[in-house]
Design a protein around this ligand. Structure first.
Ligand SMILES: Cc1cc2nc3c(=O)[nH]c(=O)nc-3n(C[C@H](O)[C@H](O)[C@H](O)COP(=O)(O)O)c2cc1C
Length: 198
């Protein structure tokens, strides 16, 4: 039997009790149930400052960007759950990928964008509001697909009213929402497995 696809799962908020972290856990469970191996990456733990060209000129690219590059290289695919701030994905996510894009090839490691290029990616969003972060989801599709070079699967899901969406055990209360997450996970694995075979 072929080895399982390895999927890097990232939430776009590090806040204690973040809905995106809760939804990332649900997505990781759905991926695992579909046969994947998952790793959850905490973007806050990368310790990346807001991008600043003077800082880069003085100190180079921070090691947190290498951690993200190496995590991408070690996984076949990525699933990202984005919150929404004023209609946009959070600075925590954009900043991490901005720093990644500044990494040049180092030793046997490719440039940062070489680690993300062609990597299958699925997107979810969550928000306590009625749109579930849908606007940020579509912008994230553009950012990660067109600029960061990932292959974004068409299937996506925005979790609305996230404040009421989870039970005390962290499970989604709405079976249709769970089915949607399962569908996104399955689509990601289909693409990832097909590319690994190709
Ligand atoms: C600066 C800021 C802007 C926000 N803008 C939006 C928004 O445009 N749409 C939305 O649905 N929620 C918005 N919210 C509410 C967030 O969806 C909410 O804080 C959410 O819990 C953040 O995601 P998290 O739970 O994963 O940390 C905003 C929150 C902040 C702090």
């Amino acid at each position: 039997m072929a080895a399982a696809s390895k999927v890097l799962v990232i939430a776009g908020s590090a806040r204690e009790g973040a809905f995106s972290v809760k939804l990332a856990k649900v997505a990781a469970a759905a991926l695992a149930a579909a046969g994947a191996e998952t790793t959850q990456l905490d973007l806050r733990a990368l310790g990346l400052p807001i991008y600043d060209g003077d800082l880069e000129a003085a100190h180079g690219v921070p090691d947190g960007a290498r951690t993200l590059r190496d995590a991408l290289l070690a996984h076949d695919a990525m699933l990202l759950v984005t919150p929404e701030y004023n209609g946009f994905p959070t600075p925590l996510v954009i900043n991490a990928f901005d720093w990644l894009s500044r990494l040049k090839p180092e030793g046997s490691a490719p440039a940062g964008l070489g680690a993300s290029a062609g990597k299958p990616c699925a997107l979810l969003s969550s928000s306590p509001g009625p749109l579930g972060g849908l606007r940020s989801l579509n912008l994230m599709r553009q950012f990660l697909g067109l600029t960061i070079g990932m292959l974004i699967v068409p299937q996506q899901f925005a979790l609305v009213r996230a404040g009421e969406a989870f039970g005390p055990d962290g499970a989604l209360l709405d079976a249709k929402a769970q089915q949607s997450v399962d569908g996104v996970a399955a689509a990601l694995l289909r693409l990832s497995n097909a590319l690994r075979k190709a």
